[in-house]
Design a protein around this ligand. Structure first.
Ligand SMILES: *Cc1c(COP(=O)(O)O)cnc(C)c1O
Length: 354
């Protein structure tokens, strides 16, 4: 029996993705070859790549005239340096909302001046800073839209005069936003989109003419785009699985529908955290993430009892990150309401047993 998988990443994918992709490992669409052995230049894979690129824009309501989409390698961590390498000519602004932002800032500093315009480090990143000024001459403002480790998210996208960049790894396709406010977003696939091994980058076409220095080919957005995201051999299987995952999302009604389901799941879990005296939430209420729910026990000495219940209910992957402690339930797009209800039941049972 499959477990209820609350892992932060690599993480749960929809059943459709597991079923279709595993069949395609044996044989892709009756072509007599496995998806693992076809050339990336074959017409079958070229179509998969085209579909994946266009679906990603379609889901976010972005036009192909204005934006382009790439599937690259190196994870979101590679994007930390790639955005700065390509676009940080003088100074860029960053909001520090946790470990991933901190890493992005560290890499950016190799290429120019970084203005850390705000940080929530003073309270172990349990909130999203609200008051800050972004110098209009910044090459860009970089934010982490959803903070996987701390369980916070930007509920509103900052309005700024400079281009807005975002690491959306753990929040991609989870809620409706005006995605046209962003000039560049990126997401490591393994949080809410597909298996590890590829990173979705969505970038305004106009930005491709503003690359500010000589950049090695493999790190140049322009070259990857000129080569239709196939400058070198792309990670064929992860991109294929991402395509299936986006097709699944489209088939159930796209971001609008998934947001409804995500909010329902998140509300159920937060309600239990707020109403059950044995638990407390970590993130500031107004900044709570709808993807990563962080919470702790009010009495640590009862941990073994709760963990035992969790184990019995076949719940997997809810241990918190070491920098926060406690628990983190990642309730990504593909996680069912049933899994959330199972976790809520475990919390209620714990309360009854104490
Ligand atoms: C997981 C994560 C990363 C790191 O992704 P890799 O693909 O492992 O490099 C970066 N940013 C956020 C917000 C993440 O959740």
């Amino acid at each position: 029996m499959k477990k209820h998988n609350f892992s932060a990443g690599p993480s749960i994918l929809s059943k459709d993705v597991f079923t279709t992709s595993s069949k395609s490992v044996l044989e892709l669409d009756n072509i007599g070859l496995s998806v693992l052995e076809i050339s990336h230049r074959s017409k079958e894979f070229v179509k998969i790549m085209e579909d994946a690129r266009s679906l990603s824009l379609e889901l976010m309501d972005l036009s192909q005239d204005e934006y382009t989409s790439l599937f690259l390698q190196g994870g979101a961590s590679m994007q930390f340096l790639m955005v700065a390498y390509n676009f940080l000519s003088t100074s860029a602004s960053y909001i520090d909302t946790g470990a991933w932002s901190t890493k992005a800032i560290k890499e950016a500093k190799l290429f120019g001046k970084v203005n850390e315009v705000a940080s929530s480090k003073d309270n172990n990143y349990n909130y999203i800073p609200k008051d800050y000024i972004v110098p209009s001459e910044s090459n860009y403002l970089h934010i982490t839209s959803n903070n996987t480790i701390f369980g916070t998210q930007f509920s509103e996208i900052p309005n700024v005069d400079c281009p807005l960049f975002a690491d959306v790894s753990s929040g991609i396709f989870s809620r409706s936003l005006d995605y046209s406010k962003f000039s560049l977003i990126y997401a490591g696939a393994q949080k809410n989109l597909g298996p590890a091994g590829t990173t979705l980058v969505v970038i305004k076409r106009s930005l491709l003419n503003e690359i500010c220095r000589e950049v090695p080919s493999m790190l140049s957005y322009k070259i990857h785009n000129d080569k239709d995201s196939m400058f070198n051999t792309p990670p064929v299987f992860p991109i294929y699985a991402c395509k299936l995952s986006m097709e699944w999302l489209k088939s159930i009604g796209g971001i609008k529908e998934i947001e409804k389901r995500n909010r329902l799941k998140a509300n159920k879990l937060y309600d239990e955290i707020d109403n059950n005296e044995l638990f407390e939430g970590f993130a500031a209420v107004e900044d709570r993430s709808i993807m990563n729910v962080t919470f702790n026990l009010t009495d640590q000495s009862k941990k073994d009892i709760f963990d035992e219940i969790v184990l019995k209910k076949n719940i997997s992957g809810i241990n918190g990150h070491r920098s926060v402690g406690g628990y983190r339930a990642s309730i990504y797009n593909a996680l069912s309401l049933d899994s959330v209800e199972t976790l809520v039941d475990a919390m209620k049972q714990f309360e009854k047993n104490i």
